[in-house]
Ligand binder design. Structure first.
Ligand SMILES: [Zn+2]
Length: 431
């Protein structure tokens, strides 16, 4: 379908940070065909749909670079606990009861929430990933999915063959909307041989790895006891960092760890809400960016956030580092927005395809209704998005050239049915 968006104010997130006013944007076969402020540009363009964006702002769809979307089932369960007690004492025992069908419905709820809050791409690491892929394929969202090579809680890598099968079945499927990486949950749930084997599996199929990294001080201390080195050092030693890596958290990095992550081109995912809620600490994002490290943003799962709202993550990311360092010039609005768009696209292996609004990029974009009291007057669109906008201001969402939400109505998800099913699942597994 060819879509013409007219009268659009556009935040492009391109290299020159262009913000356009009253522009025309054409989408053809899923790609951005043209962007122009002159009406001449559309004379040869035959639109099947015309969207009048007057009063709305067009920007790239947000990239939630680290989440566990099926964890929506555990939303608002086990709060105000330290990570180890929260994870091992509360979350894992409930997760053992979750069936593949449960994960399907939980993931659909997560995807519905993400689309409604402007997220067009996410990176997911969770259980029963076959069902996650099914939910992604049906809803039209874009995702980086990963599968663990470990056989259940056993640390042997007998499941590697299932990683190959999962990769073969889903990677680059659905017009390239799905990308498949290998899951290495963390260095505390893996051991040295399984880290090595995971790196080998990723190299063999030429893909990347998604890992939780240096989230808490305890994780770093335990790693030193277990391996005699930090998580970043053991990952470097075992080959984990020889492939593209999505490293969630990186809250506690020594200067040495920061150097390894920079030199190895590891992508860091900053999850400010989750790190604050679990009392893990605050990542040195400003230092990472100054070191040239690619930093993206994520919500983490709904059990430690407790929503999947990237507007909140942008807002927090732009605020907390100013407060911690008593320096209001750190992580400006444009920087926070780029972490949630272009940097996220790059981190998830979709760099050059999505994350900015430029001719030739895939059409993943959102329209924000700016005719709101809390957005009046807009004055500076980028600051408005990061400091004033609410996720509920997202009006229309286009992914891969398809309209998946219009006037806040989801086109690919039966929201009421999904909410009903997830409430039933929560009743069963949380009692
Ligand atoms: Zn996580």
């Amino acid at each position: 379908m060819n879509i013409l968006i007219k009268n659009a104010d556009i935040i492009t997130c391109n290299a020159s940070d262009d913000v356009l006013q009253g522009a025309f944007l054409g989408i053809k076969d899923g790609y951005i065909d043209f962007i122009d402020t002159k009406e001449d540009a559309l004379k040869d363009f035959k639109a099947d749909r015309i969207i009048d964006a007057k009063g709305k702002l067009v920007m790239p769809g947000l990239v939630n670079a680290h989440t566990h979307s099926g964890m929506t089932i555990l939303r608002n369960f086990a709060n105000d606990l330290a990570l180890e007690d929260w994870l091992f004492g509360n979350v894992l025992p409930v997760e053992e009861k979750l069936t593949p069908e449960d994960i399907y419905w939980g993931t659909l709820l997560g995807i519905a929430e993400m689309i409604k809050s402007g997220t067009t791409t996410f990176a997911d690491m969770y259980l029963h990933m076959e069902e996650v892929a099914r939910a992604v394929s049906e809803t039209g969202i874009r995702a980086n999915l990963c599968r663990s090579p470990l056989k259940d809680s056993d640390k042997s890598v007998e499941d590697a063959v299932r990683c190959f099968e999962y990769f073969k079945k889903w990677d680059n499927s659905f017009n390239g909307r799905i990308k498949v990486y290998i899951e290495v949950h963390s260095v505390y749930l893996f051991d040295e041989p399984s880290l090595r084997m995971s790196a080998e599996v990723a190299k063999e199929i030429n893909t990347g790895i998604h890992i939780h990294m240096q989230e808490t001080l305890k994780e770093c201390e335990d790693s030193n006891k277990k391996y005699g080195m930090s998580p970043a050092e053991i990952c470097c030693k075992t080959g984990i960092f020889d492939v593209p890596v999505i490293a969630a958290h990186c809250v506690h990095l020594s200067d040495g760890d920061m150097g390894i992550i920079r030199d190895k081109g590891v992508n860091v995912i900053h999850n400010p809400t989750s790190n604050l809620k679990l009392g893990s600490g605050i990542a040195k994002v400003d230092d990472m960016l100054k070191n040239g490290i690619n930093v993206a943003l994520g919500t983490d799962g709904a059990a430690s956030n407790n929503n999947l709202n990237m507007f909140e993550e942008m807002h927090l990311a732009a605020l907390i580092h100013k407060g911690v360092h008593m320096d209001p010039t750190l992580i400006g609005a444009s920087c926070a927005l780029k972490m949630a768009t272009v940097n996220g696209a790059k981190a998830l292996g979709f760099g050059g395809e999505i994350g900015e609004i430029s001719k030739g990029m895939k059409a993943d974009l959102i329209l924000i209704d700016m005719d709101k009291t809390h957005l009046c007057p807009v004055n500076d669109p980028v600051s408005a998005v990061v400091y004033s906008a609410q996720s509920s201001d997202v009006d229309t969402v286009i992914i891969d050239g398809n309209i998946v939400m219009e006037n806040r109505e989801l086109k690919t998800i039966d929201e009421e049915k999904v909410k009903f099913n997830v409430k039933e699942i929560a009743k069963r597994v949380l009692r």
